[in-house]
Write a new protein. Structure first.
Length: 210
């Protein structure tokens, strides 16, 4: 058992240690916020792509120097090495148009596309050459001004599907992230596109100049 004086001493010690613990917690929170503020910094620098065929020859992995904006457009040099020092000798450039964004997910890719392109970005799509590279698809937006689309998957069903059935199939195929919107391909009616659709706020629209 503690007497009143002993309990008072314990309370005083606890009061002295709390500010220190609070500072540690606040520093951890601040570090997490700073980490979130960095716009996909992992993509910038010399980045590898999967197998690539150039001039009819399979050159395996190749590399491209990705700028700090995490956006590629037009012609960019191809490198053999991981440090982007040795240029591919047969041809110095590869066409990455109309635009490519490097990001950790489609939401961030859409923001990078809209920040760097003057044209309207209708949707973003995963690139088949790298998991962190997305294609900025320009054209007329299929959704309202505040909504954005990330194409996750395109599939051909074995039988006629309505939108609800197609969405169910999409969710079975790709669970991360879960698609929440589907549309039939206007050019090939028996093909369906699986999308992730989300809404942006006024700050986002102002930031990207939309």
């Amino acid at each position: 058992m503690f007497n009143f004086e002993g309990r008072q001493n314990l309370d005083r010690r606890a009061a002295l240690c709390c500010p220190s613990a609070t500072r540690v917690i606040m520093l951890l929170i601040l570090s997490a916020l700073l980490a979130l503020a960095v716009p996909a910094a992992h993509a910038a620098g010399c980045t590898a792509f999967e197998g690539y065929v150039l001039d009819g020859k399979d050159i395996g992995y190749f590399h491209v120097m990705v700028p700090a904006s995490n956006f590629l457009s037009g012609l960019h040099k191809i490198y053999f090495d991981e440090k982007c020092d040795v240029v591919y000798k047969a041809r110095e450039d590869a066409d990455f148009g109309p635009g490519k964004a490097f990001a950790k997910n489609g939401r961030k890719a859409m923001e990078i596309c809209e920040l760097n392109m003057d044209e309207t970005v209708a949707e973003v799509r995963w690139s088949h050459t790298a998991d962190t590279m997305y294609v900025c698809v320009t054209g007329e937006r299929k959704v309202p001004e505040r909504q954005r689309l990330w194409l996750l998957y395109t599939f051909i069903p074995s039988k006629e599907l309505n939108a609800k059935q197609a969405l169910k199939q999409c969710r079975k195929i790709r669970r991360d992230p879960r698609p929440n919107h589907v549309e039939p391909n206007p050019h090939t009616p028996n093909m369906w596109h699986c999308y992730r659709k989300w809404t942006v706020n006024n700050r986002y629209l102002k930031r990207v100049g939309a």
